[in-house]
Design a protein around this ligand. Sequence first.
Ligand code: NAD
Ligand code: UDX
Length: 468
Amino acid sequence: MSESSLKICCIGAGYVGGPTMAMIAKQCPDIEVNVVDINESRIAAWNSDSLPIYEPGLDEVVREARGRNLFFTTDVSEKIKTSDMIFISVNTPTKTFGIGSGRAANLEFVEKCAREIALHAEGHKIVIEKSTLPVRTAEAVKRILNSASNGSASFDVLSNPEFLAEGTAVTDLLNPDRVLIGGESQEAIEKLANVYGRWVRPDSIIRTNLWSSELSKLTANAFLAQRVSSINAISALCEATGADVDEVANAIGTDSRIGPKFLKSSVGFGGSCFQKDILNLVYLCEHFGLPEVAAYWEQVVLMNDYQKRRFSTSIVKTMFNTVSDKKIAIWGFAFKKDTNDTRESAAIYVCRDLLEERARLTIYDPKVGLDQIKQELIYLMSAEFGTLSEKHRKLIDDNVEVANSAEAAASGAHAIAVLTEWDEFKEVDFDAVYRSMKKPAFLFDGRNLMDREKLSKIGFEVYATGKS
Ligand code: NAD
Ligand code: UDX
């Protein structure tokens, strides 16, 4: 396999597979990169002008490489057959059934990929775990590949977890803090390292054994989420004592051992990774007979649940203990700015709580529409009760609407809740918004995004996380 004739296939054209492969194709014009998926509409969107995911800078990267050496197709078997390296980048959600339900990772899709590769592979293949997986999954992948294959193929398995964050995926991929490659075959590790080596500094490419690589990914996400839960825990104490959480974060973040990043108090972390990966870690600890370690990490998730609930409870309490039939403007529904991803967004939980209090919600998010919002609420409310009750369907249908701007959402509202830190929310004409609202005009800032002093001067009653 000479490097210049390399062919790469990536199974899974999602938030990771799409951008990651687009970056490899952009940086390595001589390598053919095929991204395959069973989801036809997703592949069609990758081949269109309207990509299935929103990421700043991604359109340009895809436009440069697509059709040249970057291809999106549903022809999974053909691309497995013709590729030298096969990335597995499929979803690994939390199991919702059976053993480990609510904690363990559902590995069904990964196992199906391994079986598909075994079925169609010919010659030597390097199979790369890009999905986030429980430690020792590579053992199962290797066994499936070797036992289910027709004998005309051989395999090396590598672990190469992805560390990009949504909203900054393109810059993260272009300038990664590190690329991690775990494996047993030095030759396979070096082949993959050479691909990244085209644009990543050599000392940023870390080589480990398989299990360290798999576990490092779960551990990195657990540490990051732990920082958010830690500062959110302190935000509750700040509210009770008169301390200011941003001032505390700044004061501790200047300690070079602590560092300033990931200390922004919020309505709670969301996204498809943090909760899922910590629960997976908790499950692994329990599995390996380490209940104290499991309980330690589980508390990060419990603190996050507390923070989301604390925010919605504080809205109800502050608004004279009732939000029933009151219009509340929800600014932002994505789990963070600069993405259209709403998976596990704190906004879903806050909206659910407010709907149960019979509030009327008008939601504005620059990248998220009504169907997606309703889908998330239906998913959450059905997951809790087994099926979606008539009562909950009616709550959603009658009380959730979207507006086409932040100002329009706030017009006639009793309160604004800021749930995503979109930059455009800072640019709103707050004098006009104040005039258009019912009084007292409440603003609950779940992201500490707003200038509290300025808004208070206009007349808003401002409540912000971690500020008394
Ligand atoms: P995703 O749901 O956006 O995409 C997964 C894709 O895999 C889907 O399009 C699905 O149709 C496809 N798929 C599933 N089974 C398939 C099969 N058998 N054959 C072909 N296609 C199949 O998921 P994602 O957010 O891209 O995450 C993928 C993995 O990367 C997960 O393990 C996740 O934990 C990890 N990860 C995600 C992020 C992130 O920011 N989203 C970051 C780092 C790591
Ligand atoms: C995370 C990891 O950062 C990334 O390395 C991994 O590959 C995937 O999971 P992502 O979930 O895309 O990335 O976004 P991230 O920036 O980590 O934010 C996660 C959540 O934490 C968001 O809801 C964000 O708003 C919240 N957050 C983050 C805070 O509330 N405060 C912070 O200081 C940082």
